[in-house]
Design a protein around this ligand. Sequence first.
Ligand code: NAI
Ligand code: MG
Length: 355
Amino acid sequence: MSKKIVVIPGDGIGQEITDSAVAVLKKVSDKYNLNLEFESHPAGGTAYDLCGTPLPQTTLEAAQNADAVLFGAVGGPKWDNVEPTLRPEKAVLGLRKGLGLYANLRPIKVADALVEYSPLKEEIVKGTDVLIVRELIGGIYFGDKCESEIYEGNERAWDLENYSVPEVNRIVEFAMQASKKRKNKVTSVDKSNVLATSRLWRRTTAKVAEKYPEITLENLYVDNCAMQLAINPSQFDVIVTGNLFGDILSDEAAVLSGSIGMLPSASIGESTSLYEPIHGSAPDIAGKGIANPLATILSAAMLLRYSLDEQEAATCIEQAVDKALAQGYRTPDLYKEGFIKADTKTMTEAVLNNI
Ligand code: NAI
Ligand code: MG
């Protein structure tokens, strides 16, 4: 039976980079007999121009009925004056909600060929391969809030952090399963010395971990984790944490690699999951054919790994990317003298040739 991949290119460089990733998926599909089918749908500003809404119902329904979604990026200055509820970025939130995307995955792996781009010393960053698993639809971002109230004569506002046992179970289970295919270590990050929600998080995590004796569970306070990521990032395998801490730690971890054109992500849903590069639509270089397609190509590898359980094909793509970098291909965002200057097409060809 064929597997349906819905491709949502979006705006800016979205079309160029998803075209590259689809070409790579087609090649591995042939090699491993994956029988993938592709269907493209608009979203973002492009969809707003076409049909007056950033997330057409047909796009959402196609995504809900797909085996997986490959997303480019949305947004750009062209839509700066569109009314807030119809802005391109609303497409991302609508998909998150419509697909129930409860876990955000950010692997931060620094290719040996790119250690020199890191703001950290080469000997510190070398070997870094961490997967951050962030809870995405709970916690303080989704709790009760008050924009403004007068309390004892003073204006105040508040946001309520809350987590339930089933929410924590689901995300920690995911982290444990992911770690089983990696290095069998999970670091749970909280602030249980201060927060009640963190104490529930820690108790629940310990219970889940009992089912996984082969996995080492470590607990870290978020402030310590932030330091450890900068001091010794290669100590981590899987980091699992709540929405707020995960938002901050995943951006911190992203800069360790020094090249945002390289970083993929996945957002996991109950039935359909979505894969996208962490960068945006890069309007400044859109249409020039020079965007780095590797973050999207690596997102396609995650799609194979997490949605289709095609580990071999996923690894094949990751190795083809590493090899293209080792061969010296560099898009302009990473170009330095002595390397092979590659536009989007040349870089994509290099990856295809390594498959
Ligand atoms: P951005 O990530 O689009 O660009 C930041 C800088 O990095 C730019 O100089 C850009 O040229 C460069 N860059 C990004 N991706 C690249 C790639 N693949 N290859 C080479 N260079 C690359 O972030 P920015 O400028 O803050 O946002 C632009 C638009 O993207 C905004 O409308 C923003 O809202 C949207 N955005 C959308 C996201 C999404 O769809 N999930 C995520 C982040 C931003
Ligand atoms: Mg963020």
